[in-house]
Design a protein around this ligand. Structure first.
Ligand SMILES: [Zn+2]
Length: 241
């Protein structure tokens, strides 16, 4: 094979490795984003539980206050009861007293309910805090590992780019440009072998005479897919029919 084509194959090999390193590098911020989103959700859950607990405590406080006020009014009603001049006024005051007593009883039930709700909410808040905390620590550790990997990948990338530069130095500009142009179309491999007399990229049959020339190191571009067709160790001419 011509030196130029051999170099082109080497460039292609380095480019494949560069692509793999780049893909790994791209994966790192993606993973970080997934973690951040997960933590954000767990933080929101923690805040939601905090809000719930605050709501319960608020209601508790109000119920206690309400109970105190009603307790005072009940005492006032009981004092006034003895001052009532008519039976009607006396009965009306008794009704007030009954109403206040009922209210206190209802508030007592609610206060006990709220105590249980507060306990549950405290436990749920603690669970949410633990989940959030645990994951934050786990992700922090994972991130440290990823940061380390990224550093290694950056070094690999630098080495590969230097290797590529070395190979490309002194190569025919026109050939490199053509390779670059083909590569940018996203066809994957741009330099392919001659496989059983066919283009290794699109499998189009190549005229026997051209195939022989390829086997002797000629530069050939497949007229169908535009790839470089070269002679590699897997290459062969068309089988005799
Ligand atoms: Zn082809």
């Amino acid at each position: 094979m011509k030196e130029e084509l051999r170099k082109l194959l080497e460039i292609q090999d380095v480019d494949s490795r560069i692509d793999r390193v780049q893909a790994e590098m791209d994966e790192i911020p993606r993973e970080r984003m997934i973690h951040e989103r997960e933590l954000e959700g767990q933080k929101r859950e923690f805040e939601r539980e905090t809000g719930k607990l605050e709501g319960i405590r608020d209601e508790s406080r109000k119920a206690e206050e309400s109970r105190q006020v009603t307790e005072q009014r009940l005492a006032e009603f009981k004092n006034k009861l003895l001052e009532m001049k008519t039976n009607e006024a006396y009965r009306a005051m008794l009704e007030q007293i009954k109403f206040a007593e009922k209210m206190i009883s209802d508030l007592d039930s609610r206060i006990i309910e709220l105590m249980y709700e507060e306990e549950d909410a405290e436990a749920e808040l603690e669970d949410a805090r633990k989940v959030w905390e645990r994951n934050r620590k786990r992700f922090e550790k994972r991130q440290e590992i990823l940061d380390g990997q990224l550093e290694i990948l950056k070094v690999n990338m630098k080495d590969l780019q230097a290797e590529r530069k070395d190979i490309a130095a002194g190569m025919e500009r026109r050939l490199l440009d053509k390779y670059q142009q083909l590569r940018s179309t996203g066809k994957g491999l741009v330099v392919v072998g001659l496989i059983k007399g066919n283009c290794g990229g699109c499998l189009t049959g190549i005229p026997p005479q051209t195939a022989v020339e390829i086997s002797q190191g000629s530069t050939f571009i497949c007229p169908i897919c535009g790839r470089f067709v070269v002679w590699t160790e897997d290459s062969s001419l068309a089988e005799a029919r």
